[in-house]
Design a protein around this ligand. Structure first.
Ligand code: SF4
Length: 409
């Protein structure tokens, strides 16, 4: 098979993995050194799709042959798709050729499992090793880790890769057992734990060998099982706390041709994935906890963002006086992000905050007005009832149902 044919199959097979964003890579370049390639301060990916996916890595599978039969996966053993396999040398060549033509900033490499977990992991490590040691490649490398692989291989992967990831796949153990019976949540968490230990060792001993400087991440598939957003975010919160993940990525389940009956025929609304990313950002950066965003079982609202939904449920905090509020509460006001919250805190050390300051900071005045008090402003009607505000601020048109006949089936 021609290399371009393999590339067509194996790049298409990799598109379902969302966990390729590369933020967090260290600054590195080849100026004054051997080799070629560079990352920038923000990581190498400058372009993100609206749902947060990075678009500038060569994102391929080493192979889409697989011994496993995960029901949600297009590459599962029983799937009737064209198969291909790259050699190590072919992936190395593609990466260097594409990089030198300025098509890509780095490599995201995953694989179906062939022969054994160790054999597959060895092949992935071999690609990264050749790029780094033979070609002096200094661009970004993200390797997907095979959970059952020998920890020594995972440690070797960390020496060459910027980021490692182990997919948790689904939010609950029951779902993994049902839809990916050859996988085990226990093994997946063991792999995450071994990466975390290596990261901790490196942090304690900066002179110890390099290990995945952009940390580890994972991916959860949304909508392949019956888990609701509360379960998904609770799992994410636990993973952040236990394994110091840089990111949890959420990937809306895509129905695949000849899907098994155990998975849905229709995808979840794309907006659900987007709301999960917004909620995840609130967990990581704003100090929210899952039980604040979702105190009961269920899904996040689709028509308004999770911070606005929280504010409407907690009117006792609003309107909030920007000149007196606790600093951490200012960032909880809908329409005020972290950067503007800090700017307002800095400003009020100098003088009273006035309404015009907020438009100068380009805050969304429609969103912010019902929730704030400034030196010269108080919301006229005490912001009105929550339902009224919710209707006025709903920003998400209902997603059109593209598969009505499937949902009706
Ligand atoms: S291990 Fe499962 S998810 Fe991964 S490629 Fe194989 S079938 Fe797909």
């Amino acid at each position: 098979m021609e290399l371009t044919d393999k590339l067509e199959i194996l790049a298409d097979a990799a598109k379902y993995d969302a966990s390729c964003a590369s933020s967090g890579a260290p600054k590195r370049h080849s100026i004054g050194k051997d080799g070629f390639g560079a990352t920038t301060g923000m990581g190498i990916c400058h372009s993100y799709t609206p749902d947060g996916r990075c678009v500038s890595l060569l994102k391929v599978l080493l192979t889409n042959y697989c011994l496993y039969d995960c029901q949600y996966c297009v590459n599962r053993r029983t799937s009737n798709v064209p198969r291909a396999r790259f050699t190590v040398a072919e992936v190395v060549k593609l990466t260097t050729d594409f990089y030198l033509r300025n098509y890509i900033d780095g490599l995201f490499l995953s694989s179906g499992i062939i022969q054994s977990a160790d054999y597959t992991m060895e092949q992935l490590v071999q690609v990264a090793r050749e790029l780094r040691e033979v070609h002096q490649f200094r661009g970004y490398i993200h390797l997907k880790t095979i959970p059952d692989a020998d920890p020594a291989l995972i440690a070797a992967a960390g020496r060459y890769a910027d980021r490692l990831s182990v997919n948790i796949e689904l939010p609950t153990q029951d779902s993994v057992q049902k839809l990916a019976p050859e996988k085990s949540v226990h093994t997946i968490k063991l792999a995450m734990g071994s990466i975390r230990r290596k990261l901790d060792e490196k942090a304690e001993e900066p002179k110890s060998p390099r290990f995945a400087p952009a940390g580890q991440s994972t991916q959860m598939i949304v909508g392949a099982d019956a888990s609701d957003d509360q379960q998904i975010l609770t799992t994410a919160e636990t993973l952040y706390g236990s394994y110091k993940l840089k990111r949890v990525y959420y990937s809306a389940f895509s129905p695949i041709p000849q899907s098994p009956k155990s998975v849905p025929l229709a995808p979840p609304p794309m907006l659900r994935e987007h709301r999960l990313y917004q909620a995840d950002f609130l967990l990581r950066s704003y100090g929210f906890q899952v039980n604040e965003l979702l105190p009961a079982t269920g899904n996040l609202a689709l028509d308004i963002d999770p911070k606005l939904a929280w504010a409407l449920e907690h009117r006792e905090h609003f309107p909030m006086d920007l000149n007196r509020a606790e600093p951490h509460m200012i960032a909880r006001i809908p329409g005020i992000g972290l950067r503007n919250a800090q700017r307002l805190i800095d400003l009020r050390r100098l003088r009273q905050i006035r309404y015009a300051d907020l438009s100068r900071l380009r805050c969304s005045m429609k969103k912010i007005s019902p929730f704030i008090i400034t030196a010269d402003y108080f919301p006229s009607n005490d912001a009105g009832p929550s339902e009224h505000l919710r209707r006025a601020m709903a920003d998400a048109p209902q997603q059109m149902n593209l598969w009505p006949e499937l949902q009706a089936a």
